[in-house]
Design a protein around this ligand. Structure first.
Ligand code: NAD
Ligand code: UDP
Ligand code: UDP
Length: 343
């Protein structure tokens, strides 16, 4: 077929999209959308270290050049300022599709743009995957479970999502992105992978991105009270970024489509999290209660049995081990003369 010919000429894998082993050895050509963001930039570091050629596609809505600047000048690295809502022509073997704001503050800022990014952006990247026979990985979210009525959440749970709420642009957007991914898989034989990521923290998070770990850490460092929303008894499970990146790469390289929960099952109330931040940064840190946001999920904790069994993956870094690693990065950026860069 035309596509097989095209792939052959470009030196790609077979029509099935499978990457021949020989190519793997020489290093793959990989696109990371959202690669200038928090998770994306850590993933890029691992792929570059492995010897792959990496193209970062990012519109810098929440991402920063500073996160990937250390690769500038490396011929295996390219950075493209591009919005995934617009079509894009590239020749690659794998696509890690991360582009989408992740913090509620950011994704609620322009909800229609968030939906376009999740729906049109994902459609474009799937169209690209189909055209060149690349393997496609979607970073979905634990938010697809909404305010879950099952605890902990298993991949087979369909969720409890408000379709008309202020979080819908993100959680319904990601649900549609999952649907598109499966429809391209079933209908166009695109090789796909779906990760459902639970709350992740670590160095390079935006200092003021509004997520709870970055808020508490920045507040404690600045000697401001930590803002606990609601009664602080809602729970989340916090995963260190290196564990997530390992999981994403295993998923991409493995044989299973998913979806897979990728998260750390260690569950904390926001009050407990504040306590850990206090122990880590400042024993005199105070907390301050604020009204909670609309539709805030009451509890969240991944069941990771499936990822353990099929990917041989489980998180290694407990909150009390990972938090100090993030704190030293935040300390430098909050107090160092190195200013938060503008992309
Ligand atoms: P982030 O905001 O740091 O990174 C997102 C990146 O995507 C940024 O660099 C941003 O500039 C870019 N981007 C946004 N819209 C774009 C567009 N239209 N075109 C091109 N680039 C665009 O967030 P993150 O925490 O690194 O999240 C990465 C991915 O993981 C997201 O898809 C997010 O939904 C998912 N995820 C993250 C978490 C978490 O806790 N960090 C949890 C669940 C899911
Ligand atoms: N697309 C893209 N890059 C490509 C191939 C496709 O951005 O290399 C976009 C294309 O513009 C379209 C979307 O992906 O909007 C879906 O493409 P597909 O070929 O699946 O559907 P069609 O173009 O037939 O609607
Ligand atoms: N939260 C909080 N204080 C903050 C920011 C968030 O108590 O300064 C709470 C928020 O209400 C939610 C939890 O922390 O219950 C996690 O929020 P986050 O925005 O980090 O991520 P989410 O899991 O909601 O996407």
């Amino acid at each position: 077929s035309e596509r097989a010919l095209y792939q052959q000429r470009a030196g790609f894998g077979s029509v099935s999209g499978k990457v021949p082993l020989g190519l793997k050895r020489k290093g793959l050509r990989i696109v990371v959308t959202g690669g200038a963001g928090f998770v994306g930039s850590h993933l890029v570091d691992r792929l570059m270290a492995r010897g792959d050629s990496v193209i970062v596609v990012d519109n810098f809505f929440t991402g920063r050049k500073e996160n990937v600047m250390h690769h500038f000048g490396n011929p295996r690295f390219e950075l493209i300022r591009h919005d995934v809502v617009e079509p894009l022509l590239l020749e690659v073997d794998q696509i890690y599709h991360l582009a989408c704001p992740a913090s509620p503050v950011h994704y609620k800022f322009n909800p229609v743009k968030t939906i376009k990014t999740n729906v049109v952006g994902t459609l474009n990247m799937l169209g690209l995957a189909k055209r060149v026979g690349a393997r496609f990985l979607l970073t979905s979210t634990s938010e697809v479970y909404g305010d879950p009525l099952q605890h902990p959440q298993v991949e087979t749970y369909w969720g409890n999502v408000n379709p008309i709420g202020v979080r819908s642009c993100y959680d319904e957007g990601k649900r549609t992105a999952e649907t598109l991914t499966m429809d391209y898989h079933r209908g166009a034989s695109v090789e796909v992978r779906i990760a459902r990521i639970f709350n992740t923290y670590g160095p390079r998070m935006c200092i003021d991105d509004g997520r709870v770990v970055s808020n508490f850490v920045a507040q404690a460092l600045r000697k401001e009270p930590m803002t606990v929303y609601g009664d602080g008894k809602q729970t989340r499970s916090f995963q260190y970024v290196s564990d997530l990146v390992e999981g994403l790469m295993r998923l991409m390289e493995g044989e299973h489509v998913g979806p897979f929960n990728l998260g750390n099952p260690g569950e904390f109330t926001m009050l407990e999290l504040a306590e850990v931040v206090k122990e880590t940064i400042d024993p005199n840190a105070k907390i301050e209660f604020r009204p909670n946001t609309e539709d805030d999920p009451h509890k969240r904790k991944p069941d990771i049995t499936k990822a353990k069994e099929l990917l041989g993956w489980e998180p290694k870094v407990a909150l009390r081990k990972g938090l100090p690693l993030m704190v030293s990065d935040f300390r430098q950026r909050v107090f160092g003369d190195h200013k938060e860069g503008v992309a």
